[in-house]
Design a protein around this ligand. Structure first.
Ligand SMILES: [Zn+2]
Length: 221
């Protein structure tokens, strides 16, 4: 997040990218397809969106609180837009103020997740959808945004509990979308082209964070 946000996201109607699934189905011919293979193909059929349930989360450890739908755009990721990035933010305010801001239709910005200083994780936007968090349309479409409760100039806000909870979340996201665990794909808001935001700030310990993400990523479930 950060203090100011010039919303460049706007809204945009895009045609769903043509998916060459018809060919795949035809090639399978009369072969018996496993049930999950069929489900996967059905998911990827143009015009058929993945089913959604009210209050459903993408990360088992998260609690759902809905953001205002003015702060995100409905999509069907990763089929219409591939996800290959996680963007790390710091809220510049309390957890409660961040939740309020994301529920406010006038805010025009929100991230998928907020990690509290005690490690509690809240999901406010489905990963299927495009959250307006990076201030860059392309980066919004291809990323999952994670906010962290605190201020960039207060190193004591960046607690071990928060790093660990966030690293578990990021590791799961990377596993699900096959995102490489490196600094090309796990970036700070400050690294998004065109942004005027400085978060997560100079106190964010990237070395520690990446080590934690890698540790979870390589631990068998
Ligand atoms: Zn930010």
């Amino acid at each position: 997040m950060g203090e100011r946000k010039a919303s460049k996201d706007g809204d945009r109607k895009v045609g769903r990218r043509a998916l060459l699934i018809g060919g795949t189905v035809a090639a399978a011919g009369s072969a018996v397809l496993a049930r999950d293979e069929l489900a996967r193909l059905w998911w990827r059929t143009p015009g058929v969106e993945k089913p959604r349930k009210e209050g459903e989360v993408d990360y088992a450890g998260a609690r759902w609180v809905a953001a205002s739908d003015a702060n995100w755009r409905r999509a069907d990721r990763p089929d219409d837009y591939g996800i290959d990035m996680v963007v790390v933010h710091v809220t510049q305010g309390s957890f409660d103020s961040a939740v309020k801001a994301f529920q406010d239709p006038g805010h025009r910005a929100a991230a998928h997740y907020i990690v509290r200083q005690d490690g509690h994780v809240t999901q406010m936007i489905r990963e299927l959808d495009v959250a307006y968090h990076a201030g860059n349309r392309d980066y919004n479409e291809r990323s999952v945004g994670i906010e962290h409760e605190g201020f960039v100039d207060r190193p004591q806000d960046l607690t071990d509990e928060m790093y660990e909870a966030s690293a578990r979340l990021t590791a799961r996201i990377c596993a699900r979308y096959d995102i490489p665990v490196d600094r090309e794909h796990i970036i700070g808001h400050v690294e998004v082209p065109g942004t005027d935001h400085t978060d997560p700030g100079r106190h964010w310990d990237w070395e520690k964070y990446m080590r934690l993400v890698r540790r979870v990523r390589t631990t068998p479930a």
